[in-house]
Write a protein that binds this ligand. Sequence first.
Ligand code: SF4
Length: 444
Amino acid sequence: MRRQPAPEPSGDDAGPSLPGLGPAAGKDAPEPAAHLLADTSRKFSPSKLDTYRDCPRRYRFRYVDGLRRRVETVETLLGSCVHKALEELYAGLIHGREYTLEETLAVFDREWAAGWSDAVVNRRKEYGPEHHQAAGRDGVRAYFKAFAPFRQDTTVAVEKRLGFSMKVGDEEVRIEGLVDRLAKVAEGIYEVHDYKTTANLPGQAELDEDWQLAIYDIAIRENWPDAREVGLVWHFVRFGQTMRSLRAAEGRERLKGELAALILAIRHDHVFAPRRSALCDWCEYRDICPLWQPAPKEGAALAKEYALQEGKRRELRSKLHELEAGLREIEEDIVRYATAHGLESLCGPEGDVTISQKDDYHVPTRTSAPELYSRIEAMLKDTPIWRQAAHIDLHRLLQGYDRGEWDAAGMEAVRGVVSEFGAHIKRIRKAAVRWHHRKTEEPE
Ligand code: SF4
């Protein structure tokens, strides 16, 4: 992976420089970065894009800094052994050899024996390697029994590299990954099969939104123009369950747009901010991640003090919520009583409570009902009232620019606004402090 040559110092490492916009300012603005990091790769796999979505800093470590680390866990070993067993099974069929169940399990066992060592990380101590191996064998057995003699379709390829090219901004990028199995069901009907060994079974809605196999759907249609239908098939081997999904043409177009937006966001990212999540417990870069460095004594004391104050604040806030709930109940009683008696004020020994009533609207908003909101917006856009009621969200415009969310004309328009009015706009670095209760045990 290449790193972009260091550009002229911009005075800020928070995003692409905008003409006419001053450097980062603010009370505690950090020192300018020595150079801007950037990912200039032109090839993206679904897992690479997922890495960025999960945590930009992990993406940076792996794909920008080129720190290739692989931690073999008992779960990844189980996954690769199941994949290998099913790969050999179907590769055998392509060449006219039918594997028996025993032979297929023997491939699994061979791979397990070759891959297992004390270096394989097993964080769930309550399950030993023998439990994981047994779960993998059960999965292979269940799959075999469900599909033997494997004549539902014709296997076209196993472990096949599939991809397509697309324009992102001015660049041509390639999206490409490895398909577990590609099959032809009938003339013009293909299926892409993916083996999953996770211990969780997702819901159908989640799979209908999944983009990994949908990417292969686009790739298959580009590589085999006769493809008029592409089925997306997941085999959750631990559960002996097969789940399917289909993507309509609009869904594929939308996906292309989402991919382009994500790649543009990666292109414009110069910070690659770490994103703390449950995945940190499994992250191979945790020892060098800025979020997980042990603080020196003084810093640890500050964190302790913060935790103490934060704990008090949460306690008070929950009391405040209780109080507010109580007040709301009394308010409802007051309004009911005043309405029933035609009163606008209740006089008490220590003061009066006045009641005023007015009509208001409860409306769909951009956040509460985005689809409905954009339909209303589209309906009003070409009417004269639009110019009177609509307003520009400059903050959103600039953030979208930083993330590369706008198309070329939009990016140009923002640059124009900033070059004209940049003297009135300042980029400010704000610090956010959050407390995270430590729930998980430290990994070895
Ligand atoms: S430890 Fe967590 S925040 Fe840090 S790089 Fe890994 S996933 Fe990201």
